[in-house]
Design a protein. Sequence first.
Lengths: 496, 220
Amino acid sequence: MNAPLLSALRPKVELLSRPFIEQIIDEAIVLLEVHGVLVENEDALKLFRDAGQDVESSRERVFIKRELVEQCLRTAPSSVTLVDRQGRESRFVGGDEVHFDPGSAAVTILESDGSKIRRPETSDLVRFVRLTDALPHLHFQSTGLVSGDVPEAVADVYRLYIGLLHSTKPVVTGTFRVESFAPMRDLLAAVRGGENALAEKPLAVFDACPSPPLKWSRLTCQSLLDCSRAMIPSELISMGMTGATSPVTLSGTLVQHTAENLAGLVICQLARPGAPVIFGGSPSSFDMRKGTTPMGAMETMMIDVCSAQVGKHLRLPTHAYMGLSDAKVNDTQAGLETGLGAVLASLAGINVVSGAGMMNFESCQSLEKLVIDDEICGMAYRLLRGVAQRENPMAVPLYDAVASNTNFLAHPHTRKWYKQEHSFPSLADRDTYDAWVELGKKTMAERAAEKVKRILKEHQPELLPDDEVRALRDIMARAGRKAGLTSLPSDRRAEK
Amino acid sequence: MERDELLSKMTDAVINGLPADAGELARRGLRLGLEPTDIIDRGFVPGIRRAGELWESGDYFLPELVSSAEAMKAAMAVLQPEIEKSGSRNEGRSLARVVIGTVEGDIHDIGKNLVAALLSANGFEVHDLGANVSPERFLDKALEVDADFIGLSTLLTTTMLSQRRFLERLKETGHRSRFKVLVGGAPVTGQWAADIGADGFAENAVAAVGLCRKLLGERP
């Protein structure tokens, strides 16, 4: 009777065989050895020279030897553990763990009724962060909106500042300018209690995008170097576009993707061996008709799933831009593309999945979509828990002598297990037709708008102590003044 | 007869996007004693026009369209020097001059390259400044070549703001009325173009050619 329970199978999807993965990696290394990579950063070039690599100075091109790549792969850690602002909750980024976070960095926000897009302001950013803080399936927040009411020169620092003030969740962020790293690091160190504490318990991940094909720009290189030296995890976001900035075949794009990420990883390890690096990306299919980069394309998702396989093979934590849509409003396409992406990303065991709330080719955030996507992510997590045996035997003892007389609804077994076996959506419509009519024939987007309002009214994120708020404000104000910002925009409107 | 056949082969070479053939046919035309302007107008231009039509009708996708533009460029590389040598034709001067580039902070230039290729294939004099172009460089070049159009491209949502900055700078320096400023790129919309006070925006490279022609008061 008490035989051990069979364990649930972790559902998984893989698109590449092992030899296929190995050949992708091998070709990527050949690319780095033979064609090299452009590195537009003197500091990084010096590191390459010191490591005995051939550097073609006139063209800032570095030929990276296989041995160096292999050596750097040995020193890069296979996981990262992010710790929330309060130092309480840890999130393991590695293995097949999946964590969703909102997509960034949107320059527009969709009005809640879907009527138009506009430039976001501080109050939008605050609402976005507070909403993220409340949504249970988004484990990380991201600096997902670029506030239009602060100078561009500090927009990157500012969004991190707002994020840290209004949410405890770890942050996926990044720099727009080289000068922004220092104040951003200072913000993080201020809430963590110093740079050493920050290195020990990372609170943020910095995204850095190479420029396809095969180039690391001055800004992104500097981000890698600065992060590594501070032991802040860098998330490598290679973003080839099939047939436009990378080979048109999915496999060819994967070779370039891998090469660019490996070059980034080498830069990180040269700056500081052992620095945390996440093998990520935002590659996309390139639409040969529209000239756009559909993130909701099946081919885009396929490249992402493969990229994660490559990253896992290299024993690195992984990331992808999935679970987002190119739709312009919260319509069928938005749900379809986001749902497919979130489910595939989960099945692929991608550690950091960025995309929730995002639409229109990574350019627009929607608060309503963010809550819909949170529900989608919840469904994906349910899928990952797989099918459990629960009891052994599983069913036979439940039946009455006359099997057809069994009342399952009243059965203690039902009451015991239903909440663990089944999930209850708050947005998806499960009403009868008449009940749905009675409730006003609302669409998912309309229900989502109501939920956004409700959460923003009710949810009170945990506050920082006053002295830490002051410390953050001082750092922000200093960075702001350098960019000509005399006073910080008030976010009181959003707090109401 | 042989001439007509050659001219139609030129047209086909552009339609089929074969740069090497187009260059060779252009040289053959010159050897046969054809006027370079005739070769362009009757041989190659019908090809690029047809490629544009095939694009508009949905038969051509970007790879075909770009190959056609490349073929056109290859032919022009052979013929342009001949026109300049002979100075035979006032119309040798291009339709208009365009300074184009991807704005500061953005290194993505596919969209911009497409627009540049199609504009030059359609007879515009294109000065392509590449990617990550500062506002100063745009303005200096536009003044230097006395441009009619300045095209600002961006792919990143984060660098869209550079388009606005350039227009502001143009106003500050008192050059705003001198150039028509066109904006484009994945995140750019007609609304954005209107918001920042640009003169126009086009959805794609073929539309960009039409837009430039329209702004010149030509048949699009």
